[in-house]
Ligand binder design. Sequence first.
Ligand code: NAP
Length: 266
Amino acid sequence: MNQVKMVIAGPRGRMGREAVQMVLKTENYQLVGVVDHKNDGKKLRDLDGFPQMDIPVYSNIELCLTEVRPDVFIDLTTPEVGMYHTKTALTYGVRPVVGTTGFTKENLAELRQICEEKQLGCIIAPNFAIGAVLMMKFSQMAAKYFHDIEIIELHHDQKLDAPSGTAVKTAEMMADVRKTKIQGHPNEKETLAGARGANYEGMHIHSVRLPGLIAHQEVLFGSEGQTLTIRHDSYNRVSFMSGVKLAVDTVLNLETLVYGLENIIE
Ligand code: NAP
């Protein structure tokens, strides 16, 4: 089997560390470099908690891509940096797999256009946990029949964006099939700002941030005399790695941008 050469951006982050371990453990994957804005010129072995390996560390993505020529670029950083990295990878003909959340619709449209011009694959997935993707799919099925919906997403308190990419993606998927409805009482009034959460086409999204949590989401459906709750919990970041692998293996054969893992699992 051919070796897939990979670069990971954000290797010292919580997701990045798991991704490095996953790539190093996978037989046909080869980690050829990492992009880390604070450790230019060092080797992976110089970073805290990493194996004794000679893999080069770059702070300059352009130099990294020119020197190590990967097949796939994995980004697990922050939205602005992730957008810049993804555009740069595509410019260098490298296929990105992006787990970084917080990309805007405009970001996605711009990247889609570049992918189509260059006939290059790119996968951006706000949630790599297969169970979370199924939770989104099941929620979309339920939204056909239940039009009153509230999403509660719960994450650790170091998360930068709110609501989570997964919550927004779930709301988008449900809005595609749900009869448009403004929920709650027509004269509803918030006596404390934000009490009803964010509003996505009438559905409400509530973001909880607490230490101790990783990534969790509950979608609540209500109708006359019944409720339905669909819930997914990621208890550690290893839960995302089978999805990252699936995305890496899939992106090699894509010539367009795919947003969301649900579009590549049956
Ligand atoms: P994190 O622990 O804060 O890690 C982010 C890393 O990015 C940090 O190590 C940071 O380094 C690094 N970074 C910042 N600017 C950089 C740059 N210019 N070049 C290279 N690295 C840079 O966050 P995390 O929990 O790992 O999450 C990372 C991203 O993945 C977030 O957007 C998060 O929402 C998302 N996420 C996605 C999934 C999914 O399934 N798709 C799951 C969990 C999280 P410094 O700290 O030194 O600045």
